[in-house]
Design a protein around this ligand. Structure first.
Ligand code: NAD
Length: 269
């Protein structure tokens, strides 16, 4: 029940009907008897500036989760960013301070790593392959860098995105080895698909059959794609005997980070 006293959080994107955060958060708020509710907001791009103005003045709003396509556009409009959000130029959560200032963070990478740790993956000194260097791939690579991974190999058909992420990682983590070429998968402790390949019903794989033939059971194989839950890549990895991490596991692991940043849940939920 939303009452006059209820404090609000929101999730903004376009479209918004597919997001799972409102049911996840509202279930948690109800189960923990918190007088807080999450609203989904399907926002037209032309309204972004007035939306940010409304957030500043919205006194019973604690914060807002940000999803596609506004992660970069909102990062430019906030009052302050965490170090990682500033480096990535993208936010997926905003906190409204009591004085109306808006602070942004990006916890995509923290969610991914939280889920990976539950599979026993400890990044320090390890070698990772990250497929896809867009918003989520960059956040995952940055989080792996922060957590002390020894080397990251990046793959993306867009040379512009590949180059931008190499530069970002090189600047942020001078001790990290970054590769952009690989002939096999044997050397990787972690293989993360951070591209949309495998989404929907087209049964696509983000790597060639020849490369997948070199996958070993010791590698943790993760996918960010949420539907289907078991992507063709994860299905193949399971057949090889690898541990797998799904997109919904990453999304679920982010909830506490999003809620804690907005001040409405503990970090562990
Ligand atoms: P994006 O468009 O910013 O980046 C996608 C990148 O993948 C692009 O750089 C593109 O060039 C690259 N790519 C496309 N095909 C490729 C291929 N065959 N090999 C390598 N790279 C390829 O998108 P994004 O915001 O980073 O989102 C990526 C995916 O992550 C989406 O499917 C999204 O739904 C999912 N996602 C999952 C979670 C979660 O919590 N599980 C959170 C956010 C986004």
């Amino acid at each position: 029940m939303i009452r006059g006293s209820t404090e609000l959080v929101a999730i903004v994107g376009a479209p918004i009907a597919q997001v799972k955060s409102p049911e996840n958060f509202n279930t948690w708020f109800a189960n923990h008897h918190r007088d807080v509710a999450m609203l989904p907001i399907d926002l037209h791009e032309a309204a972004l500036d007035s939306f940010v103005g409304a957030l500043r003045g919205w006194q019973n709003l604690r914060g807002c989760v940000v999803t596609v396509p506004y992660k970069q556009a909102l990062a430019k409009r906030l009052d302050a960013l965490s170090e990682r959000a500033a480096a990535l130029g993208s936010v997926n959560v905003v906190r409204r301070e009591r004085d109306g200032r808006l602070l942004g963070d990006n916890v995509d990478g923290a969610g991914f790593l939280g889920a990976a740790r539950k599979h026993g993956f400890l990044p320090a000194g390890k070698r990772a392959l990250v497929i896809g260097c867009g918003g989520v791939g960059s956040a995952i690579a940055y989080a792996l860098g922060e957590a002390g991974i020894a080397s990251i190999t990046l793959s993306d058909p867009s040379s512009e995105r590949l180059g931008a992420l190499c530069e970002l990682l090189g600047t942020a983590f001078p001790g990290l080895t970054v590769h952009t070429a690989f002939n096999g998968l044997e050397g990787f402790d972690l293989l993360a698909n951070a591209s949309p390949v495998g989404m929907g019903s087209r049964a696509e794989l983000p790597l060639s059959a020849a490369l997948l033939a070199t996958l070993l059971p010791e590698t943790l194989v993760a996918d960010v794609v949420t539907a289907p839950e078991i992507t063709p890549l994860l299905n193949r990895a399971r057949q090889v005997g690898c541990k797998i991490q799904t997109g919904p596991e990453m999304a679920f692991a982010q909830l506490g980070h999003l809620g804690a940043f907005m001040g409405v849940t503990p970090l562990e939920i």
